[in-house]
Design a protein around this ligand. Sequence first.
Ligand SMILES: [Zn+2]
Length: 86
Amino acid sequence: MNTEEDDPPEKVLEDAIADYSRRYGMSREEVMVRIACPICGKNKKIAVDKEMVLDSPGMVLTYPVVKGVICEHAFIAKIDSHFKAR
Ligand SMILES: [Zn+2]
């Protein structure tokens, strides 16, 4: 039997989303940012709150992308102060 001691990626993502919702409940000025999936390369423009990026440490926002938003993968995108995904 294999026992996983680390949190599965889904759990990490859930925590990131919970933290994100807690900090940014209200949406203000939005910027469209093109985010690409690191797994399959599909990309899509996502509305991101300007303030969230500017308030983030180092002005780099950790943005949780859930399954079905861009493609069938869930991953965490980084968005910098130029509103570009890294
Ligand atoms: Zn993908």
